[in-house]
Design a protein around this ligand. Structure first.
Ligand code: PEP
Ligand code: MN
Length: 335
């Protein structure tokens, strides 16, 4: 729409699109509003001229990418996902940190205090864990969600935690501020749709074998249901090296920032699989333009029930935050 278009003009255009049997997705920006039109391509082509001629319309742009709502054109200014005072996108770089799994009350409260003291903005912790082996610790489930909620009331840190299937999502969303969809579930379409219907921000992790286009189409599922608060997370893809757990695809950051308006964060913990390399890749991620980091932190990594080898202890997390702060400043952003 033109910057000067009135609400009535916008409403009239929306009506015209709906009458043609197409769906609308509205993005209201500070300067102008963009109406996304989705549905049958032939119908869209027939409507094109009528829309172009409607009062208040600046231009009709065909989005050639297979992903539409996710594409940069839909929101040229970029999306900022805000949750309880925390922000993904914009000038801030946001750090979510915490243990891989919530293990017990003392572990999660100690970690939450340390994350807050070091300048972390959100607390992460898994209550439902997608483990490679069925014999590994599977998480505390609802008890874990309750402990996360207690850590949130104590510290004020919003919480990020994973839902593994559609049936579980509503329960997780009752407690979580951001619902994490893990790498193994990136293409679990019923889960993506359910996350799109739940009105809670979603953190979508890239599958270890997924292309960026597949990641963006997965995000499109969430947005198509009307939930526009999606944060993308690069967490490493399967390579042939064996010194690190996965291969961090750092170029994914500028590529995604170019293709989509959604915020992009990096998880150097799962990407490297070894605590020793986490800080270096965290700094590189911020330098590459990431909007945030997801870091695994544990008070006693040697005894962690999951992902101990890649977890920073509290002291090393504090060190990482100091180093990240310097790079954040150097690239003209704020923590
Ligand atoms: C996690 O964040 O603990 C996790 C299981 O991550 P991913 O889905 O990236 O493997
Ligand atoms: Mn983990």
């Amino acid at each position: 729409m033109e910057a000067s278009a009135s609400d009535a003009q916008l409403e009239a255009v929306v009506q015209k699109i709906k009458e043609a049997g197409l769906a609308t997705h509205l993005s209201v920006g500070t300067e102008r509003s963009v109406i996304g039109v989705v549905g049958d391509s032939h119908t869209k082509e027939l409507l094109r001229d009528a829309l172009e001629a409607s009062p208040g319309v600046e231009k009709v742009v065909r989005i050639l990418q297979p992903f539409k709502l996710v594409s940069r054109e839909f929101r040229p200014g970029g999306t900022v996902v805000s949750v309880r005072g925390a922000q993904f996108g914009g000038v801030t770089v946001t750090v979510a940190a915490g243990p891989c799994s919530v293990e017990d009350r003392e572990q999660i409260l100690t970690t939450a205090d340390a994350v807050k003291a070091a300048g972390g903005t959100l607390l992460r912790g898994g209550a439902f864990k997608p483990r490679t082996s069925p014999y590994s610790f599977q998480g505390l489930e609802e008890e874990g969600l309750k402990l996360l909620a207690e850590a949130r009331s104590r510290t004020g840190l919003p919480i990020v935690t994973e839902a593994m299937d559609a049936a579980q999502l509503d329960l997780v969303a009752e407690y979580a501020d951001i619902v994490q969809i893990g790498a193994r579930n990136m293409q679990n379409y019923p889960l993506l749709r359910q996350a799109g219907r739940a009105r809670k921000p979603v953190m979508l992790k890239r599958g270890a074998g997924a292309t960026l286009e597949e990641l963006l189409l997965a995000a499109e599922y969430v947005m198509a249901e009307g939930n526009y608060d999606v944060v993308l997370c690069e967490r490493g893809i399967r390579g042939f090296g064996n010194y690190t757990r996965y291969t961090l695809d750092l170029a994914a950051v500028p590529v995604l920032k170019h293709l989509t308006h959604l915020p992009v964060i990096v998880d150097p913990s799962h990407a490297t699989g070894k605590w020793r390399y986490v800080q270096a890749m965290a700094l590189a991620a911020v330098a590459a333009g990431a909007d945030g980091l997801l870091i695994e932190v544990h008070p006693d990594p040697e005894h962690a029930l999951s992902d101990g080898p890649q977890s920073l202890n509290l002291e090393n997390f504090q060190r990482l935050m100091t180093a990240v702060g310097a790079v954040v400043g150097a690239v003209g952003r704020t923590l």
